[in-house]
Design a binder for this molecule. Structure first.
Ligand code: NAP
Length: 541
């Protein structure tokens, strides 16, 4: 599957070069000097290594008056001073000479790093005339707000920046698709081998992984905001997420990469769950959100053994069946893969853990609330109505049928209900039919549509009146934990099973596939206990 464009595994030569760890740098973006100085202290308290002082964001900035305040000793963190002009994406609009003089003053006052744009680097070097303080490192930067050039063009850019006398190369580009980031990783790995200190980031949502995974390729630093809403570039994570959620301090050349492929994917709680689960067993891996437009292209590009496994969500679960080299027979029957694992021979194998997760959750929910025969599934012989005919719908329908239930499919698009009904040998209904569907007592209902999912929490797929016909109601939606459907079903006296339970169980299955280790149920549940808390940190894209 590897192509010339694919991200290669980090080479042993690169890995062998001892490098300091990638630093976490917090941009200070306040409008007033004293507030900016306070941001340095706040960044230090978060555990950051460096703070970037964005002088161009200061209102009425007067270098001789304000710099001594911002750079006052003792400083809580090393300072990276940037005075970005409008022509390079910043806010400074004045005379360039005065801008460069302010940067020189920052050097004199002891700034540990100064950032100068490639286009102004020669002029700045002439002004410095060899008098750069020894403790100050010069970052020469290039920003491309439109796209990410080819690997060859990026390599040329590195050479141009090095030729200015830069101590550290900085290249920031823009992703139009997630595969663009692979070229930045190639450049980072190349620079690591040549021992060229480099900051290489790809901006916007599709470039997000560059910010988390760059330590794997030896980047000098990565940026994390002080808090959400105070980013200095599109899709910058918070420093707290980099440090606590993605465990960035632990990411190195040998770290395996896992993640959730979806579109959208920012709402997923899988990164919180899997990163914590990996950390709890000391598994050297990181789990990130992959915002993917074209699944085949993504898998062809990130085809090295370092990209060791993927969860798959909307809208890629069905395409994933076609993209895997091998597919587990149940996942093939269901027609949806939610888990992909790269085997040692490089082949991608697809599984469906949604089906086991959902069905076992419903079985256990029934067993906990009703007297059942322990020798058979409590689903055997029951009428099981599935709303929805997408990936989750198929998984539930196949799973229930496997357990001996009589399955009925209801879907907004009736043709899809019929198609799935034909596959599993059950009748199909429209959503309107479902309102008056009551052939017998004790029916089980499973919602597998996104109806009722945050933020549309007041929506529900079936009226409360119709719910009275069901003994058990399951909702695949898990944000919020208690959907309107489940609340009303409970009020009607039904046994209810939350989608969070399915989420936890499908993730347990994925954990076993990813790590090859048996899951420790208690530990996993302890990790997931905070997931239905609205204050739980969320991965940000
Ligand atoms: P999918 O493949 O895109 O299928 C979506 C299904 O929902 C289709 O049947 C679609 O009907 C129906 N639908 C969507 N919007 C609707 C609306 N406004 N009114 C009526 N029907 C609507 O998605 P999926 O992967 O199956 O996921 C579906 C839901 O399950 C999502 O909310 C997802 O978060 C949840 N889920 C939860 C877990 C878990 O662990 N708890 C796991 C997987 C999925 P049409 O055929 O008419 O388009």
């Amino acid at each position: 599957m590897a192509t010339a464009m694919s991200v290669s595994a980090v080479s042993p030569a690169a890995a062998a070069v001892a490098r300091p760890r990638t630093l976490v740098c917090v941009p200070a973006t306040a409008r007033a000097p004293r507030e900016m100085a306070a941001e340095l202290a706040a960044a230090a308290a978060l555990g950051a290594d460096v703070a970037e002082l964005r002088l161009d964001l200061l209102a009425g900035f007067a270098p001789r008056r304000d710099l001594p305040i911002i750079l006052a000793e003792p400083r809580p963190l090393p300072a990276l001073v940037t005075y970005r002009p409008k022509w390079e994406g910043g806010e400074y609009e004045g005379d360039d000479e005065r801008r460069l003089e302010a940067l020189m003053l920052a050097m004199e006052l002891g700034a540990e790093y100064v950032d100068i744009e490639l286009k102004a680097a020669d002029k700045f070097m002439r002004l410095l005339s060899g008098k750069k303080p020894e403790n100050c490192k010069l970052i020469v930067s290039s920003h491309n707000y439109e796209n990410t050039p080819s690997a060859e063009e990026l390599a040329d850019l590195v050479a141009q920046i090095q030729a200015t006398g830069a101590d550290i190369v900085k290249i920031a580009t823009t992703a139009t698709e997630i595969v663009d980031v692979a070229r930045m990783f190639q450049i980072l790995a190349h620079c690591q081998e040549k021992q060229v200190p480099i900051i290489g980031l790809v901006m916007n949502e599709r470039g997000f992984i560059s910010r988390v995974l760059c330590p794997k390729y030896g980047a000098y630093l990565t940026f994390g905001s002080l808090e959400k809403g105070r980013e200095s570039a599109p899709a910058q994570p918070t420093a707290a997420d980099l440090i606590n959620l993605y465990n960035i301090r632990q990411i190195g050349p040998d770290t395996k990469v896992f993640g959730i492929i979806g579109k959208p994917v920012g709402h997923s709680k899988s990164p919180i769950l899997h990163n914590e689960a990996f950390r709890s067993v000391g598994f050297n891996a990181v789990y990130v959100p992959f915002l993917v437009d074209d699944l085949a292209k993504f898998l062809n590009t990130y085809s090295s053994p370092d990209f060791a496994g993927f969860s798959c969500t909307i809208p890629h679960k069905e395409a994933a069946v076609r993209c895997c080299d091998e597919v587990d027979p149940i996942a093939r029957d269901i027609g949806a893969v939610n888990t992909m694992v790269r085997r040692p021979d490089g082949k991608l194998v697809g599984y469906n853990t949604d089906y086991v997760g959902a069905i076992s959750a419903i079985e256990d929910g029934i067993r906990a609330s009703q007297q059942t025969d322990p020798t058979t599934s409590p689903l055997a012989g029951r009428l099981f109505v599935v709303i929805g005919a997408g990936g989750a719908g198929k998984a539930l329908a196949y799973g229930a049928k496997e357990k001996g239930a009589r399955v009925v499919i209801a879907n907004r698009t009736f043709a899809r209900a019929q198609e799935l009904g034909n596959l599993i040998g059950g009748p199909a209904l429209t959503l309107a039919d479902l309102e008056n569907y009551h052939p017998e007592e004790g029916m089980i209902l499973a919602n597998t549509t996104a109806i009722g999912m945050h933020p549309n929490v007041n929506e529900t797929p079936l009226s409360k009146q119709a719910l009275k016909s069901y003994a058990v109601v399951f909702d695949a939606v898990y944000t919020p934990k208690e959907t309107r459907l489940l609340r009303e079903a409970a009020e009607c006296g039904a046994t209810v099973v939350s989608g969070l339970e399915m989420f936890i169980r499908q993730a347990m299955g994925q954990f076993e596939h990813f790590t090859g280790m048996p899951v420790d149920n208690e530990n996993f549940r302890a990790i997931t206990s905070s997931l239905d808390n609205p204050n739980t940190m969320k991965p940000r894209l």
